[in-house]
Design a protein around this ligand. Structure first.
Ligand SMILES: C[S@@+](CC[C@H](N)C(=O)[O-])C[C@H]1O[C@@H](n2cnc3c(N)ncnc32)[C@H](O)[C@@H]1O
Length: 215
């Protein structure tokens, strides 16, 4: 377990995380990304790195009350805020699991999910590809993988934005340039893969999204 990241997110806490200026922007990006996917009412979605639960509303808007979400995160204080919001809204179809994504693999969830959703989590590991390779364990034959994350940009202007603005912000949330270079490699591999249904970059290549069919 990466105790540095666990401690960091326990310290940041879900309430403070939810107040970031980026929250409304990421909500819109997730809504748009999900509209490009094949996700539909009643689907079962595994949300890895779910944190304080910001991914749940845009997913619930698509899958509705008949769908199912299982959210996994290893920070207790992020999950506590997610649980509080779920309880306050009376939502019944979300289960939260406190675990390390790199270890989590309960038997009952093998081949269970219609989609695996990962927002702003894969690039927190030193080796994005190692994390990505675990996602196949949870998919059925028609599953999709939906990813939104940071990466080191290719373009000159992207590199300037990264160096002068994003690097400081992401350092605060456990990211760094080495991780984002690994994330860029993952993005380039995934976006050129034959299983890639959709890929895009934002803000001069400092963020990306991909949707893949079963992998
Ligand atoms: C930047 S937040 C993302 C939260 C949410 N997905 C979003 O887009 O707003 C990253 C979350 O990933 C969690 N995390 C990072 N590495 C993890 C791992 N290996 N296993 C479980 N959770 C992890 C952290 O605890 C944190 O809550």
């Amino acid at each position: 377990m990466n105790t540095e990241i666990v401690d960091l997110y326990n310290k940041i806490g879900g309430e403070s995380y939810n107040k970031r200026g980026f929250t409304p922007v990421s909500f819109l990006i997730k809504k748009r990304l999900l509209s490009r996917s094949h996700l539909k009412e009643g689907d079962k979605v595994l949300v890895l790195f779910c944190g304080s639960g910001q991914d749940f509303t845009p997913i619930l808007d698509v899958i509705g009350p008949t769908g199912e979400i299982v959210g996994v995160d290893f920070s207790r204080s992020m999950l506590d805020v997610a649980q509080k919001n779920i309880d306050e809204k009376g939502i019944k179809n979300i289960t939260l699991v406190e675990d390390d994504v790199l270890k989590f693999e309960p038997e009952e969830y093998h081949n269970h999910f219609d989609a695996v959703f990962c927002s702003m989590g894969i690039a927190l590991d030193d080796d994005s590809t190692r994390v990505f390779n675990r996602l196949s364990k949870f998919q059925n034959e028609k599953s999709q993988v939906i990813i939104f994350d940071l990466k080191y940009p290719d373009s000159g202007i992207g590199k300037l934005i990264y160096a002068y603005i994003l690097e400081k912000i992401t350092n605060h949330y456990g990211g760094n340039r080495t991780k984002h270079m690994a994330s860029a490699t993952l993005y380039h591999n995934l976006s050129s893969d034959e299983n890639c249904l959709f890929s895009t970059q934002y803000l001069f290549g400092t963020f990306y999204s991909v949707i893949l069919k079963n992998y």
